[in-house]
Every structure is written in structure tokens, then in C-alpha cells.
Design a protein around this ligand. Sequence first.
Ligand SMILES: Cc1cc2nc3c(=O)[nH]c(=O)nc-3n(C[C@H](O)[C@H](O)[C@H](O)COP(=O)(O)O)c2cc1C
Ligand SMILES: CCCCC(=O)C(=O)O
Length: 341
Amino acid sequence: MVDEAGARRRLDPAHWDFFAGGAGDERTLGANVEAFGRRRIVPRVLRGTGERDLRTGLLGCELTMPVLIAPTAFHRLAHPDGEVATARAAAAAGTVLVVSMAATQPVGEIATTGALLWFQLYPQPDREFTTTVVRRAEAAGCRALVVTVDSPVFGRRERDLRNGFLDLPSGLACENMRDADGRIRDIVMDEGLSWDSIAWLRSRTHLPIVLKGVLHPADARLAVEHGVDALIVSNHGGRQLDGAIASLDALPAVVEAVGGRLPVLLDGGVRRGTDVLVALALGATAVLVGRPVIWGLTTGGADGVRSVLEGLRTELDRALALAGAARPTELGADLVAVPRG
Ligand SMILES: Cc1cc2nc3c(=O)[nH]c(=O)nc-3n(C[C@H](O)[C@H](O)[C@H](O)COP(=O)(O)O)c2cc1C
Ligand SMILES: CCCCC(=O)C(=O)O
């Protein structure tokens, strides 16, 4: 289903390291996957569930399943068809592609696929320019803004430092970073990013605002107070603060703090349909997948991404049946155990 080894063979080693790698010692990168490995499902039986229904509504979007595509940079490094191919697969699967601000194709072009798009934003210190980018996403028909809040500075990616991978090869660029003069600007991380920045953004757009990269329950409560529309529990796939808690381990406290007032999504380490089931049972409304989509794109373009998404759908459907649930909303934390020892 996910041909990670095949992707590795095809990619330039420095590009493989960029996609696969994390920050520091990659402890958090590993912890995201290990956290799923520690959970065991406690299934229910004799519930005669019949056909399953995976449909999930999120911020006004109807998804065919509770699995979205996480925003990841530079899809044209993985495949010449780039983000357009990823979007074709999202459209075919009936799910959302969160377009990275570091996408290598213009969001307007990605939107021609008819996919449901959300746009991921690193608010730039230049607010006028940030507004330009927001308007570009709105004009393309994006249905939400995903503000990445775990990156006041860039994580220390030691593989990239070793490889000297700092920039895109010539011919590729962050096409959504064009300013009013048509010049492509560099993405800068805003060390000053604060709740005021979120309030400012709220005043500038009618799109739903999703905060990506929340791990602490106190921040989840603040997000509710600031009128945010959804949260993504995430540590950026282990690429920002190494040593940060695994996303799945952070999820229960965030879900409790939010108390049903907002949808809570999760990304990081989701590799199987059973992982999706565990995250949903612990209170996530949906999950996002990052690297598996890149491996699918690398090996098979739009078809490769489609096959990753359909694999997750099939596995989730089977896992629900085997756990005695007909739909995601029937799952509860009682279905997940962490055995001792
Ligand atoms: C190669 C790569 C590029 C990424 N680029 C972005 C990005 O541009 N913006 C963002 O908010 N997150 C970015 N992320 C983080 C993902 O959105 C997501 O949080 C993470 O990949 C989820 O973990 P997973 O890869 O284990 O599924 C990136 C992750 C990877 C692996
Ligand atoms: C300037 C590109 C940022 C991409 C990103 O967020 C990541 O690589 O994790």
C-alpha cells in the first residue's frame, strides 16, 4: 500500500532526507509512531453493525472519510505533477488536501482539480503580504485557513544541514509566495507570532481558522476563547521541537480541555487504518497524513496518492467492523488500552 522503500529508491538522497527527516535526534519523529504501537484496541462484539459509514463533516466540508492530507512542502520534488497530482487524488477520494504555503504550484491551479482545499499559512511578519496570500487562497476557493503555530523559528533538521539542503533546485519555487509585484518572497518564520496574530487574522477573513501544532491543553482552551474553528494536535511530524510529546499522547488532554466545543484533529505517525481508529476513539474528529502521501506521490503520482488514501479507507472500514462500530462517532476511549509492562 505505502511503498516507502520504493520512494526512497527513486528520490535524490538529500530530498529523501528532507521528506523523511525530523529535528534533532528525531526522538519525536519516532515517538509519533511508537505512541500508536503502545495502544491496544479492546473491540466490542455482537453489535451487528452491517454496512459502515465513514462520512465525516468538518467546517462545512463533507468528507467521505475522516482522513485528510496534511500540508507538506515541495511536492514537485517528489513528482513532476506536484500538488496538482495530490489534489487529483484528494478529489477522487473525496477528502481535503491542505495545501502547504510552501507548495510548488499556484493554489489557483491546484484548485482546478475540483478538490476540497484548505490553505496552510505561516503568517508573515509583513501583514500586508500575508493578506495578499490569504486573498489568493480565498480566490482559489479554499474552505479554511490552517495556521501553523508550532514554528516561531525553524526546527533544526540535522539531515538537511549535513546535506546542505537549504533551497529548492532551480525551476521550482514556492509559487504562492508571489507579492503584488509578482516577485516570489522567502517564507520567514515569525518569532513574534502570538494570540494577537490570530485575532488579527480573524479580523481579516471569513474563512474558518484552524490552528495546527497545538499540544498543551491550556493552549487548546485559549484557542476556544479566541474564536478559532478547529485544532490540529501536531508536533509537525517531529520536524520542529525534538523531544516534544507524541501527538497521540497529547490528544486526550486537548480533547478534554476543548470539551466538544471545537473539532480536534490529529496528525503525526498515522500509518494504518487501525491508527485512525485509535485516534478517533481517543477523541479526534479526523486525522491527517503527511509522509505516506509523499511516498505515494513519489512512486505513482496521483494514482500513488490515491492508492495510499484508499488503503487507509479500506483498513479503517475493516477495523471499525472488527471493533464493533458502524461509524466513527460510535468509537470511544473505552476501546483503547495501554497494557502495562
Ligand atoms: C516533508 C514535509 C514537509 C512539511 N511541510 C509542512 C508545511 O509546509 N507546513 C506545515 O504546516 N506542516 C508541514 N509539515 C508537517 C505536516 O503537515 C504534518 O504535521 C506531519 O507530516 C504529520 O506527520 P506524518 O508525516 O507522520 O504523517 C511537513 C511535513 C513533512 C514530512
Ligand atoms: C519553508 C518550508 C517549510 C516547510 C515545512 O514546514 C517543513 O519542512 O516542515
